[in-house]
Design a protein around this ligand. Sequence first.
Ligand code: 13P
Length: 243
Amino acid sequence: MRKIVIAGNWKMFKTQAESRAFLTGFLPHLEDTPSSREVVLCPPFTDLIVLSQSLHGSRVKLGAQNVHWEESGAYTGEIAANMLTEVGVRYVIIGHSERRQYFGETDATVNLRLKAAQKSGLTPILCVGETKQQRDAGHTESIIINQLKQGLVEIDQTNLIIAYEPIWAIGTGDTCESSEANRVIGLIRSQLTHPLVSIQYGGSVKPNNIDEIMAQPEIDGVLVGGASLEADSFARIVNYTII
Ligand code: 13P
């Protein structure tokens, strides 16, 4: 069985006080959430310690939004894998399109970060996806296949999650049709050697489209930005209805 993973990517939102307030509203909603659903929060680095303490004994797992490939060194602004595992982080988002677009992340650095994450026992969430321009030009498939080919060199697929995040659907309210997300995720799966890799969809996931998205047979979870910032809305996503 492939694992269902529902992850919130908080990006550069929430102070420690705000993250505590979120948990107060969010955790009571998890009482009846099926145990088969892995729930993950990926806050900014400064929130990790406070969430780690507050989540102790809860079913919610912690994720980070990036990790460097070296164990330590003169890399201003970066974070090492053992700094994350020390505070209880289990997952790490790697290669998010915002990192690729604004911070020069390439498939080569994505690959290095994936290797470092796995070496430390973290489970990486590798993000792939095409721009609107690439989609309109008919290049969606080739772009994604190339991102996977280069990103996954020497990567252990038994400890890996992939998120398909079409860039044009991120933060725009313009969700990819669930059948199209299902098709592309099926394509991603066809490129993998391990059959049990969980593959998420990300891009304008909301309470009003989560049930339809999760009804798609290839989709094993979601990576949620904006709608994960508010306790009630993320709770509705985590507690999606099977239709
Ligand atoms: P939105 O859900 O805000 O579109 O963001 C998606 C995303 O980038 C998750 O990593």
